[in-house]
Design a protein around this ligand. Structure first.
Ligand code: BG6
Length: 311
């Protein structure tokens, strides 16, 4: 593996995302029909009525995003836990459910133990894995590979976004099997999915602006990441990255929970990083941002054009 002119592997892998998300979509999305296309699976998607997601670290946060998608799009109940808790808490599992383990390496010991537990509890099992020929892909009933290529950086980047790509396709396939979405909504979402590589490229074009912004808050010793819905899950992943890469203490909060204590921490020394695309929860998060600003917090907002225009 070569750094290809980048300062370090993590940066190289961040910039590989449009390509590897595209590669992954090529496998699970049929551009000709405009529909998601799952490979043959040893269980029927229409029979799956409950999903349990288990993973560690960044892979767990990909699962946390997917929980929202599976519930809202396919109307399937979802449990989720970190593998190091799940494997020891003797969870009660109804037979016939589907357990999804998510792992870049396919070897993380706690996730592998969780997979074995789920199998022994009569669950169908599906591994979402990046590394080919891993223990999890051998032991799970089925594997959906992410096509991120080797991830050398210890902090996961492109593996995370390709996990999300596979999980989004899987959620849409489940929705189709359960007939929970109308044609127009399905078409809107598959079209949006196909656009993701181009949209990620656009974001990466802002890298200089992002660097300047980071410089403004680089001396903070604590940060709060807030969001609602899938952005709450992303806030968790962002806080994990901040700790792992910058050694800055960071915490994620559901934006609606701010008033239940973290708001007391807000002053100009603790930047608030709000993740809030212009979705159905935007107005709610915007009002949390205003509350934080009223307490003198320095706010950094990650949104889209429609969101920024309204703030
Ligand atoms: C951690 C890595 O140690 O393991 C994370 O730093 C990763 O980036 C986590 O998400 C879980 O690994 P895996 O291979 O099971 O996804």
């Amino acid at each position: 593996a070569q750094k290809g002119g980048y300062e370090h592997f993590m940066l190289k892998e961040i910039f590989e995302q449009p390509t590897v998300i595209g590669q992954t979509l090529n496998v699970y999305y049929n551009a000709a029909t405009g529909r998601v296309a799952m490979p043959a699976l040893p269980f029927k998607l229409a029979d799956i009525t409950h999903v349990t997601i288990v993973a560690c670290g960044t892979s767990y946060y990909a699962g946390l995003v997917a929980r929202y998608w599976l519930e809202s799009l396919a109307r399937i109940s979802v449990d989720i836990d970190v593998a190091s808790e799940f494997r020891y808490r003797e969870p009660v599992m109804k037979k016939g459910g589907l357990t999804i383990v998510i792992s870049q390496s396919g070897e993380t010991a706690d996730t592998l133990a969780a997979l074995r537990y789920a199998k022994s509890a009569g669950q169908h099992t599906l591994a979402i894995v990046n590394a080919p020929e891993s223990s999890m892909s051998h032991e799970a009933e089925a594997t959906l590979y992410t096509h991120a290529g080797p991830e050398i950086g210890v902090a996961s980047t492109k593996a995370f976004t390709t996990q999300l790509t596979v999980l989004a396709c899987f959620a849409l396939a489940l929705a189709e099997a359960h007939d929970t979405m109308d044609e127009a909504e399905m078409a809107r979402l598959t079209h949006a999915l196909a656009e993701v590589p181009a949209r990620v490229s656009e974001v990466l074009h802002h890298s200089e602006a992002i660097e300047k912004l980071a410089a403004k808050i680089q001396h903070a010793t604590d940060m709060l990441f807030i969001g609602r819905g899938t952005s709450y899950a992303i806030a968790h992943e962002a806080a994990l990255k901040m700790k792992e890469i910058s050694y800055i203490h960071a915490e994620a909060y559901a934006a609606g929970e701010m008033k239940h204590s973290p708001i007391a921490l807000i002053d100009e020394a603790v930047p608030i990083i709000a993740i809030t695309p212009h979705d159905k929860l935007f107005e709610k998060t915007a009002s949390n941002i205003q509350e934080a600003a009223a307490r003198g917090g320095r706010i950094v907002v990650f949104s889209d054009a429609a969101g920024i225009a309204q703030l």
